[in-house]
Design a protein around this ligand. Structure first.
Ligand code: ADP
Ligand code: MG
Length: 257
């Protein structure tokens, strides 16, 4: 299996104050090229699990393996995109996208060429000389995507990357991420607490619950792409996921109407 998480737990110990089980015995196998969404409320261990896959952190017990090898440290093959974009404010768009390539020791001319290619891919060529503060949130997220993709990693790890965007921008970024995933054939592990976002994007939704952080279930989303957010098949799966959390969207609507 491409990514294999075997009985992975992560506990935090506090001097004299016991411990928190951030993640308990997670078993999960991910195929190359899959789009996985980790879905759950705040505190259920999504970031903890992502950090284990990234190699930023190690499980207290169990294993995380990539291509059969333990993910012991970060790698340019697995790039993380954060909610706050992680752009350097003093650098232009172009220089931000070049950043990841600098650590790959690619020479200057080639670096510039690759950076421009990826800026074009996310539709920001007219803004390459701008600084992050001059861009909208959605545009900044595109820069972060271009920067991550320019490094050409096999795995993209995204930790609530669209959390700071308004609903309309968020939907257009979901479209964009799906397009880039299909075009570049990456394996994506995408953290969200938005059920509809997960149903729109994922091949499989990994549903997590807190205290202790656990995988409750995995829901397959066998819908053709590009998905129709208002289609009856889409809504059926959305309702099934709602039910996993024991939330009832229809009851809620009745209540508010
Ligand atoms: P999520 O990303 O789903 O919101 P996290 O993975 O950040 O959840 O956190 C899961 C649990 O682990 C929470 O109870 C959190 O307080 C705890 N936790 C996360 N990181 C640390 C840390 N560095 N030290 C202590 N506890 C932590
Ligand atoms: Mg988190």
């Amino acid at each position: 299996m491409y990514i294999s998480i075997e009985g992975a737990s992560r506990e935090y110990f506090f001097k004299g104050r016991g411990r928190t089980v951030a993640l308990e015995k997670v078993n999960l196998e991910i195929k190359k090229g899959e789009f996985i969404c980790l879905l759950g409320p705040s505190g259920c261990g999504k970031t903890t699990l992502l950090n284990l896959i990234a190699g930023f952190d190690r499980p207290t017990t169990g294993f995380v393996k990539i291509n059969g090898e333990i993910a012991a440290k970060p790698s340019v093959n697995r790039i993380t995109i954060f909610q706050n974009y992680g752009l350097l404010p003093w650098r232009t768009v172009l220089r931000n996208v070049e950043l990841g390539l600098e650590s790959k020791k690619i020479d200057k001319k080639k670096r510039l060429q690759i950076a421009e290619e990826y800026i074009e891919l996310v539709g920001l060529s007219a803004y390459k000389k701008h600084h992050p503060a001059q861009l909208s949130g959605g545009m900044q997220q595109r820069v972060a995507l271009a920067r991550a993709l320019a490094v050409d990693p096999e795995i993209l790890l995204m930790d609530e990357p669209l959390g700071a965007l308004d609903a309309m921008t968020r939907m257009s970024m979901q479209d964009e991420i799906e397009r880039l995933w299909q075009e570049k054939k990456k394996t994506i592990i995408f953290v969200t607490h938005d059920i509809e976002e997960a149903v729109f994007l994922a091949d499989r939704i990994v549903i997590m619950t807190p205290s202790p952080g656990k995988v409750k279930s995995v829901v397959e989303v066998p819908l053709a792409r590009k998905r129709d957010r208002t289609g009856s098949d889409f809504l059926k799966i959305r309702d099934r996921v709602f039910a996993e959390f024991e939330l009832k969207p229809r009851d809620m609507t009745e209540y508010y109407l």
